[in-house]
Unconditional design. Structure first.
Lengths: 280, 124
């Protein structure tokens, strides 16, 4: 574990330990809050801080995180949540059904110019320090991974403190025609002025999706992959515009990915701590 | 709709003829950004006999218009108000309420939605 990860974990643990307030039940949207937004309002914010995302791809450096921009807009039907636009088909207090478009997340490990890497200030293609170890006696090109978008239905459900989400996605940008299914459940551990939320879930990627990112021509043809993850997110509003924020996300990669000759790590850890400034 | 106070006479004397009071506008709608209505209120009253009365606005003591032995009257005044505006006609001598009407203030309700928080995304 690197220093940033340990720092974020310490911050999250301290926040949970010192809070005397129990989690409270979530309810219908009756007032603007972190989880309830005003229809028609555009929200733009920047998170400044320090963090990292480990890179499991052999020979690629970890991705530093310094600035994370966030854009959010919710109309009556249409919404945009950073890089994810969508349309709401049905919404009640308990259930929401959307059609969404969402980027393929794996590209961040291959390209500095990926939109999800606008946060990156010093991303290099090679490991700094020691060069990557040679792979048997064979070399092969690692082709370019393009930006991909997946689209499909999304189901969100809320039950007491729990929020669940399930996405069934198909790649629509013509790169690999693969599928992804993403599922997660979130629960607040602390929900007072400050909030600490734990999320757990998994991502299933079809063989075509895994092959596009981690396959190697004539050498490695992967199967589908099932990657579980867990995430802790912390937020403490300091003023109307400033919020102390931190998160740590741990993903465990399936053998279908880890067995690829271009992958050297089984885990992906993303951690960040900093301050969020609300511009709009 | 919040058109509150009933119009027409509120006189204590049952034998007294009904005095009709009309106001324009009937409602004032505030957007999310607005805190008060500022508008010209047009009041018109009519009675079947001559009256001596005064028109006044509740909580706006600086506004007062009186008539001596008239069967009708009109009055326009610019007013700023954030809650329902109540206009009264009062007997000039006894000060009892002869009629009253209200202009309702309607605030546009905020429409809220649940925010998505996909934990897969680095932006959430």
């Amino acid at each position: 574990m690197n220093l940033t990860f340990r720092t974020v974990m310490s911050l999250l643990t301290m926040a949970a330990a010192v809070s005397p307030l129990p989690a409270v039940a979530q309810s219908a949207c009756t007032a603007p809050s972190q989880d309830c937004v005003v229809v028609g309002d555009l929200s733009v914010s920047l998170s400044f801080g320090a963090g990292t995302r480990t890179n499991p791809v052999r020979g690629r450096s970890d991705i530093p995180l310094f600035v994370i921009p966030q854009v959010s807009y919710y109309g009556k039907r249409f919404f945009l949540e950073s890089l994810e636009p969508g349309v709401t088909l049905y919404e009640s207090d308990a259930n929401t059904f959307n059609l969404i478009a969402t980027p393929g997340y794996d590209r961040v490990f291959f390209s500095r110019s990926d939109l999800q890497n606008v946060i990156v200030s010093n991303f290099s293609d090679n490991v700094s320090g020691n060069p990557p170890p040679p792979l048997v006696d064979q070399s092969f090109p690692v082709g370019r991974r393009h930006t991909t978008y997946l689209a499909g239905p999304e189901w969100l459900f809320r039950y007491r403190d729990l929020i669940g989400q399930l996405n069934a996605l198909y790649e629509v940008t013509g790169r690999h025609q693969g599928y992804e299914v993403r599922a997660a459940v979130s629960a607040p551990l602390i929900q007072s002025k400050q909030s600490l939320v734990i999320s757990g879930g998994w991502t299933w990627k079809s063989a075509a999706t895994v092959d596009y990112y981690y396959g190697v021509n004539n050498l490695y043809k992967p199967d589908a992959a099932f990657n579980p993850f867990i995430k802790l997110s912390y937020a403490l509003p300091l003023s109307e515009r400033w919020t102390l924020t931190a998160f740590v996300h741990y993903e465990y990669l399936d053998d279908a990915i880890v067995d690829s000759p271009i992958v050297s790590d089984r885990e992906v850890i993303t951690a960040f701590a900093g301050f969020n400034f609300k511009l709009l | 709709m919040l058109l509150s106070v009933p119009g027409a006479a509120a006189a204590a004397d049952p034998a007294r003829p009904r005095i009709e009071l009309k106001l324009r506008p009937r409602v004032c709608t505030l957007s999310e950004e607005e805190t008060a209505c500022t508008t010209t209120v047009h009041a018109q009253w009519r009675s079947s006999r001559n009256e001596s009365l005064c028109l006044l606005i509740v909580d706006q003591p600086h506004i007062r218009r009186c008539w001596e032995n008239h069967a009708q009257g009109v009055y326009s005044v610019e007013v700023s108000f954030s809650d329902d505006l109540v206009v009264e006609l009062r007997d000039a001598e006894r000060d009892n309420v002869l009629a009253s009407q209200a202009i309702a203030v309607i605030r546009q309700a905020l429409q809220l939605r649940h925010k998505r928080r996909p934990p897969w995304s680095i932006f959430n």
